[in-house]
Design a protein around this ligand. Structure first.
Ligand code: ACO
Length: 277
């Protein structure tokens, strides 16, 4: 097939408050070209503040989630053009991973197949990750003579134990989805034909939670990783107080439903968002 237009490198649909976003270069195993990176940033920015979107799911068309950076269009072609082109391509890639890390609504990676190298950037950017048991995860960089850059080494060091991160980065062997779940790279691995249903189930649970609380919770968990205990405690007090002034009614209503109405128990599920005191 001839080269895809930039706008065709990503596809999405919004259904029942869930944005299903797809890497859409299946013929190239969804590897990330500059065109795809630019289109993904546009897509994410378009979806972030839509009222009809409460959760974003990132999946891949065809047999891959994403086969990492495009060795031809991202690396080789830009290296031929010079350092300016290399830096621009890096910024285009890193900027959408960063937007996704700090996306204001919950994000879920649904890893249906191959997931290599640079794809660990968006993998980590998603708050939750679910994989097909037979998906393949690899830091294949070592197999073609580079280090796992573009954040990939950092993702391995963040999500895996030291020994697992070293083994994964140095050996160039793939993990199945099942192993990736055992090692903590993803939350769960499921049979491929059950993957979408499970991701949908998780998305619907998230949609029933207070969106302001979800936003501050996901940011808090990411931010406190690099703080001392005391700094985290202070940050979390301020984050909650700021969330209260942004949307203080939610927790008051939840307290009313629990204490006065005895209609729900926070330990067993979420309060009814549709009721307002
Ligand atoms: N960069 C550029 N082209 C790619 C990439 C990539 N990362 N991955 C796949 N393609 C292309 C292939 O060149 C091929 O193109 P062609 O049809 O024009 O020949 C097409 O996608 C299909 O790929 P195949 O290799 O034929 O597909 P197959 O299903 O047999 O294998 C696999 C899939 C294992 C993912 C293989 O394509 C592969 O090893 N890809 C590279 C994975 C990788 O190491 N990525 C880089 C990680 S490092 C980093 O991101 C910094």
């Amino acid at each position: 097939m001839s080269d895809r237009l930039e706008e065709d490198t990503v596809s999405f649909r919004v259904e029942n408050r869930i944005a299903w976003v797809y890497f859409n270069r299946p013929e190239k195993r969804n590897c990330m070209s500059p065109k795809l990176n630019r289109q993904m940033l546009r897509t994410i920015e378009e979806l972030e503040f839509r009222d009809d979107v409460g959760v974003l799911i990132l999946a891949g068309e065809g047999s891959a989630w994403s086969a990492g950076m495009d060795l031809k269009e991202y690396f080789r072609e830009n290296e031929h053009k010079g350092i300016g082109a290399v830096r621009q391509a890096q910024r285009e890639a890193y900027s959408w991973w960063e937007r996704l890390r700090w996306f204001e609504k919950p994000t879920i990676a649904m890893i249906n197949g191959w997931c290599f190298g640079g794809a660990y950037g968006p993998l980590f950017a998603c708050d939750l990750a679910f994989a097909a048991q037979d998906a393949q995860f690899g830091l294949s960089e070592i197999n073609w003579g580079i280090l796992p850059g573009g954040g990939a080494s950092k993702v391995a060091a963040e999500l895996l134990s030291f020994r697992h991160a070293m083994y994964h980065a140095m050996m160039g062997e793939n993990l199945t989805g099942t192993q990736a779940a055992e090692w903590g790279l993803v939350n769960e691995a499921l049979p491929a034909d059950k993957l979408e249903a499970r991701v949908l189930e998780v998305a619907n649970v998230l949609l029933a939670k207070n969106p302001t609380a979800l936003r501050s919770t996901k940011f808090a968990v990411r931010r406190v990783r690099e703080m001392t205990y005391d700094n985290a405690e202070d940050y979390l007090i301020r984050a909650q107080e700021s969330a209260n002034s942004f949307d203080g009614e939610g927790r008051k209503e939840a307290t009313r439903q629990f204490i006065d109405e005895k209609a729900f128990k926070p330990g067993l599920g979420a309060y009814d968002l549709s009721k307002k005191s």
